[in-house]
Design a protein around this ligand. Structure first.
Ligand SMILES: Nc1ncnc2c1ncn2[C@@H]1O[C@H](COP(=O)(O)OP(=O)(O)O)[C@@H](O)[C@H]1O
Ligand SMILES: [Mg+2]
Length: 300
């Protein structure tokens, strides 16, 4: 939380206080309240500087990323609710201050759920080989304490964060990862050029030419993933966004190590099958076995 006060303003001794004088704490509370009243119910101060080291996006950072401490996050609405996470549209903006111009950007905020009713369908086969960050977290997860559920949700957020960072740096078309904070992942909002969200591939009918363009991009993206030893693990026309002439791969918490995971090959095959089926159904013949074989040459 941002305020005009330094931490030292908060420390004063109760006993030393002269009762005839106004309580400095009250003055503080009033001012603090006034500052916060600038925020609407759907707003918060930018969490950019709160995020711990290693939790802010990779360099070189795109110029649209707003890093100002005085920026405000405004919730603009929900993009999609899901079983494990909800995705919100967020604006991070700062007004013109001094010589600095106003700046604003749209972000997709993916918030992993911590409630116990969530269906954890991704839990088992994907996470083999993954370890909690420390033993307290491990015990909490095993016991399914409230803290444990938070850790589990946070683990998915961090897993997706790691994948996005790796893949973005490798040139795979994924949203730029802006920051991760607990169970919330902020990333580039993939738009449709008219202020809305880009549609999922499943909902578009591209021309024959564009289909070919999309397929080239998909294969190149999958090749880059395979070169890094990874399969998406949940690739389908629902986890690919169509942004005009380009596609963007999303929903990556479960990326799978093709060789290290005992089911790695199965996941890769399923990814190939899902995408080949979609392209073939839209009129561009794609052989899933050929695609699979092509990707394997990248791994070994
Ligand atoms: N970066 C983004 N830009 C635009 N829309 C997004 C973005 N990330 C997610 N969405 C939208 O939210 C939906 C759900 O996101 P996804 O990551 O697939 O989560 P899940 O399928 O686990 O609920 C997507 O299908 C897409 O419509
Ligand atoms: Mg999805």
């Amino acid at each position: 939380m941002s305020s005009e006060y330094e931490a030292s303003d908060l420390y004063f001794s109760e006993s030393a206080r002269d009762e005839s004088q106004p309580d400095p704490a009250a003055a503080f509370a009033f001012t603090f309240h006034a500052v916060d009243e600038e925020l609407g119910p759907d707003q918060r101060w930018s969490t950019w500087l709160e995020a711990e080291r290693g939790s802010r996006g990779p360099e070189p950072r795109p110029s649209w990323v707003v890093t100002d401490q005085a920026a405000i996050d405004t919730e603009l609405g929900i993009l999609k609710t899901g079983k494990e996470a909800d995705v919100f549209l967020l604006e991070r903006a700062v007004e013109a201050i001094g010589g600095n111009p106003a700046k604003s950007s749209l972000l997709a905020a993916k918030r992993y759920r911590t409630d116990e009713h969530r269906a954890f369908h991704r839990s088992t086969s994907y996470v083999e080989g993954r370890r909690p960050r420390n033993s307290r977290d491990g015990r909490a997860m095993a016991k399914k304490t409230t803290h444990g559920r938070g850790v589990a949700a946070g683990q998915w957020a961090y897993a997706e964060w790691d994948a996005l960072n790796r893949l973005w740096k490798a040139g795979v078309p994924v949203p730029y990862p802006v920051q991760v904070d607990g169970t919330e992942l902020l990333m580039e909002f993939i738009d449709d050029g008219e202020g809305g969200a880009a549609p999922r591939l499943a909902h578009v009918r591209p021309s024959k030419d564009l289909l070919g363009v999309y397929f080239e991009q998909l294969r190149n993206g999958m090749r880059e993933l395979a070169r890094a030893g990874l399969a998406h693990g949940d690739l389908s026309p629902y986890n690919v966004l169509a942004q005009a002439e380009r596609i963007v791969l999303i929903d990556l918490p479960q990326v799978v190590d093709i060789v290290g995971n005992p089911k790695g090959m199965d996941f890769l095959m399923r990814d190939c099958h899902n995408m080949a089926t979609w392209f073939t159904g839209r009129g561009l013949e794609v052989d899933e076995q050929e695609l699979f074989a092509d990707l394997l040459t990248m791994v070994f």
